[in-house]
Design a protein. Structure first.
Length: 236
């Protein structure tokens, strides 16, 4: 448990360490919202462990953040009344991001053999949080993986503003991977983001957007994590 002054609550943190740890070596860290043992942590940890053992992926540390109020933490501000009805509290992404940046990351890097190469992976509302974090705090994560991100939030403002943001931040670097399956509410907004990337992505940003209509909102995480994670963290 990690006591958070930012969140004013305790947060349960789950950590996977590869069995191949070597003394004095530092390893990339992948952070994941929805990271409880009753959430997505077990299947992502098992995916990573299998890929490392089979030599398909470089050793990494996985840090899962268990939810307390998921929709509060994953959503930013919205002007859409319907959005505000999905949970008793929404719009807390800035505080959650501050918790990660100022409390969780320092704790992880002080207590585990973590390098400064940080990534983040998540799906749906967590994917929304990841894309928003990419724009709001671009230096926090080197690698951002958003699966079926809920970019419909706030009438799709994140995607609609992306082109202007890229033009204003030509120095942005890192890696952004976005995949989508749900065709009606998520697909259209991801396509808007993809168009902005095609037109104005900074030269030092590596990015990829993948359409997977053969998958669903409920299957995309488990289907793509075993493919995307080794791709983003190939064996050395």
């Amino acid at each position: 448990m990690l006591d958070s002054a930012v969140m004013k609550e305790q947060r349960r943190i789950n950590v996977y360490l590869p069995s191949t740890l070597q003394e004095e070596r530092r390893y990339p860290v992948i952070y994941m919202p929805d990271g409880g043992v009753a959430e997505d942590f077990p299947h992502v940890a098992n995916t990573i462990d299998a890929a490392i053992r089979e030599g398909r992926m470089a050793p990494v540390i996985l840090v899962g953040i268990e939810n307390t109020q998921r929709r509060r933490d994953m959503t930013g501000p919205t002007t859409v009344k319907k959005d505000r009805k999905i949970a008793p509290v929404v719009g807390g992404a800035a505080e959650f991001r501050k918790f990660i940046a100022t409390e969780l990351v320092p704790w992880v890097e002080a207590n585990h053999p973590a390098s400064e190469r940080r990534g983040i992976i998540g799906e749906s509302a967590a994917g929304l949080f990841i894309v928003e974090t990419f724009f709001e705090m671009p230096g926090l994560f080197e690698t951002s993986i958003a699966l079926d991100p809920s970019l419909w939030w706030n009438a799709g403002k994140l995607a609609k503003d992306a082109g202007t943001w890229f033009v204003a931040h030509p120095e942005t670097r890192g890696r952004l991977f976005v995949a989508w399956a749900e065709p009606e509410t998520i697909g259209p907004n991801v396509r808007i983001l993809e168009d902005a990337l095609k037109q104005a992505a900074p030269s030092q940003l590596e990015w990829k957007v993948v359409a997977r209509p053969d998958l669903s909102h409920g299957t995309i995480y488990r289907a793509l994590a075993p493919v995307v994670l080794p791709m983003m963290y190939p064996p050395e």
